[in-house]
Design a protein around this ligand. Structure first.
Ligand SMILES: NC(=O)c1ccc[n+]([C@@H]2O[C@H](COP(=O)([O-])OP(=O)(O)OC[C@H]3O[C@@H](n4cnc5c(N)ncnc54)[C@H](O)[C@@H]3O)[C@@H](O)[C@H]2O)c1
Length: 307
């Protein structure tokens, strides 16, 4: 992966902070930055949903440092931001159902933690703060495809938390001139995405089921659709957001997606067909907080990605 760079500047003297770098997307960002000789890459992660193995991948690289710590502590955020040029903020508690079960935990990591990080970024005069938002902010808006300017009401505490991130980013840009760009990820998938636990994403879960001949749960009738997006595309969006030389992109939020939708039933059949597996899913009640259809309009992202 990452056969060619998405940036065209020398990053060998720059210091990057990747929060949530022990997680799925964050570890790919670290991999990319170290592959292209970043001067220093620091990961801040409390390993709540991330993995020590993802950190250990980089432990022999002298330009890598892991700080085990929690973004809900402002002093930790401030300490780790010292001398940092760019921040890629990924740390958060993911999953809509988790947030419905544990709204306080979600708020602490995703809202308090976000505010701590963006405030520490401002206090430390970082050059740019890129953060992970989510397609969940489109909430109950029936419009398809989803364009950045039209959102509905959030359907879960997770969606609320990501919307609050966008609102804080907007006011930090306007009041303090902090260069911020938000990325609304749509169902990212790829290597190192965990199939385990109650809140696993569909693709790793289905692959695990096929390999182990188990019957995965599908919530609802399976006709709900998602815009499944390969993690390399999310990395590209982050790197381009870091270095985009286009003031119009600052303070904005962009969809990060493929721009095509696949139903959960079709996804299951595609994954089964790769292995010739004949397992059957178990259909369960629809989950609260889930959006029925999700498909991104990526024209604004494409238009603004000049670097
Ligand atoms: N994967 C997706 O499909 C998707 C979709 C939309 C948005 N997002 C967002 O993208 C980001 C990355 O998601 P991911 O799929 O890599 O999730 P992940 O769970 O693999 O990674 C998140 C990381 O953040 C860490 N973390 C959580 N709370 C923390 C805290 N309080 N302090 C320090 N570290 C903490 C976890 O340990 C984990 O390593 C998240 O902000 C998520 O909300 C992901």
């Amino acid at each position: 992966m990452y056969d060619k760079p998405f940036h065209n500047k020398d990053i060998s003297k720059l210091k990057f902070l990747v929060t949530g770098g022990a997680g799925f997307v964050g570890s790919h960002l670290v991999e990319y930055l170290l592959k292209y000789n970043a001067g220093k890459v620091i990961v801040l992660d409390n390993l709540s949903t991330g993995f020590q193995d993802n950190v250990d991948l980089f432990k022999n690289n002298d330009n890598f440092e892991f700080v085990e710590g929690d973004i809900s502590c402002f002093d930790t955020c401030l300490e780790v931001c010292r001398g940092v040029d760019y921040i890629l903020h990924q740390a958060a508690l993911g999953s809509v159902p988790r947030s419905i079960k544990y709204p306080l935990d979600t708020n602490k990591a995703n809202v308090t933690g976000f505010l701590n990080m963006i405030n520490a970024a401002k206090e430390s005069n970082v050059k740019r703060f890129i953060y992970a938002s989510s397609s969940s902010v489109y909430g109950d808006s029936p419009d398809l495809p989803k364009t950045e300017k039209v959102i509905g009401n959030p359907l879960s505490p997770y969606a609320v938390s990501k919307r609050i991130n966008e609102l804080y980013a907007d006011v930090f840009y306007k009041n303090y001139g902090l260069e911020v760009i938000g990325l609304r990820y749509f169902n990212i998938f790829g290597p190192r995405q965990s199939p385990s636990g109650a809140y696993a994403a569909a693709i790793p879960l289905f692959i695990f089921s096929v390999l182990n001949k188990t019957n995965p749960d599908i919530f609802g009738d399976g006709k709900q659709s998602r815009d499944f997006t390969f993690v390399e595309n999310a990395v590209e969006a982050n790197i381009k957001a870091l270095f985009v030389n286009n003031n119009a992109a600052l303070g904005k939020v962009f969809n990060v997606a493929l721009g095509e939708k696949t139903t959960v039933n079709d996804l299951f059949q595609i994954i089964c067909s790769i292995d010739g597996a004949s397992i059957k899913p178990v259909y369960k009640d629809e989950r609260k907080g889930d959006i029925k259809h999700s498909l991104a309009d990526i024209s604004m992202t494409k238009k603004n990605n000049r670097i």
